[in-house]
Design a binder for this molecule. Sequence first.
Ligand code: ATP
Ligand code: MG
Length: 412
Amino acid sequence: MRIAVPQAVEQIIETLTCHGYEAYAVGGCVRDSLLGREPGDWDITTSASPYQVKELFRRTIDTGILHGTVTVMKNHVGYEVTTYRVDGEYEDGRHPKSVEFTSDLREDLCRRDFTINAMAYSHETGIVDIFGGVKDLQMGIIRCVGNPLDRFREDALRILRAMRFSAQLGFEIEETTRTAIEEIAPNLEKVSKERIQVELTKLLCSSHPEQITDVYAMGASPFVSLAFHEIDHSQVCIPSILPAKKHIRWAAFLKDTSREKAVQVLKDLKMDNATISRIQTLHPWILFPIRADKAELRRVMSQMEPEWFDDLLVLREAMELGQTVFAPGEITEKIVKPAKAGTLKQMAAEIREAGDCTCLKDLAVTGKDLLAYGMKPGKQIGETLSGLLDYVLSHPEENQKEQLLKLVKDRY
Ligand code: ATP
Ligand code: MG
């Protein structure tokens, strides 16, 4: 069987083999190629030592030289070339005590997590499949290489990787692998929160994001974080039509929990601040009943950046398809008749088209104007500006300097 390999990868493998070393594409790229999916990146495994690799290529970066990885640059794209490796004994379920290089491809494949991730390929040799990865790919199965209990004890992150690959590929987790997950789940406590977050984010951004519930079903949630464990996940609704962007998928997942708890989960998992702040802003509006009223809609728009508001509409649209009930309770339903996302989208387009002011930046009066008008520097300026914005949100036609300054004169 022949796999289409990018030219640069072919060249790297050729250069190494011409100099007497072995070299193969390995891991995720082989898996994805066999599945007909576009590989995210191409990793190469070789019998050459990192120093030998460095000697053969003009531009290299010492990415993780102690662990055997050198990045070879070809046309501004980096390819990770890693020396065949046996991971030493794992000290604490987190880090291998030591990394040993080996000259045997088989040993390198042995250290990899799942059969579908433990295949190598070169045009010369074809597919090297020692553990039945091809068959598991055909059957749609995630199965550990070797004894699952040992493998999860070595590195508990593999527990979440199994769930993540299952969600990305639509695969089942094989029985003994699954029971081992349930047994070793408490070891996740020792795994760094960043690594956990990366896997959960990949799961949520997959084509089966609702499988985040596996983390609960398989008993892993208490060891992810307390706040995560306590989330109400009974009505998880993350339609896969949602863009696979982390803030959108996480926001959809966290919509049924309080804003405080949502932020706690993200902080626990060391999510970056920009994403936290985006989700924090969107959160209260995802299920909020918004009427088909332009003033009200402008008010919502004024709470966030324009692109964030677009994300909000995308989220609400998806929730409608997932048949999430918007108004919290009957009473609200009577007072407020929430508009459909499609209606809100149309109204927002009209608001933008008309150039209505929806943020302080677009207000016809600035702080400077108020100072020039004689107002003293200080709190009053900010309060006046917000008061004017609030007024203009309901009276967009009055966003004109003279009119607003007159209002200031009358009111303040
Ligand atoms: P992705 O599409 O997310 O990049 P991938 O399979 O390439 O998937 P990586 O995290 O990039 O995943 O890892 C590359 C390869 O390294 C894997 O295919 C697997 O062979 C091996 N690997 C990665 N993490 C582990 C781990 N925790 N334990 C064992 N092997 C691992
Ligand atoms: Mg990869």
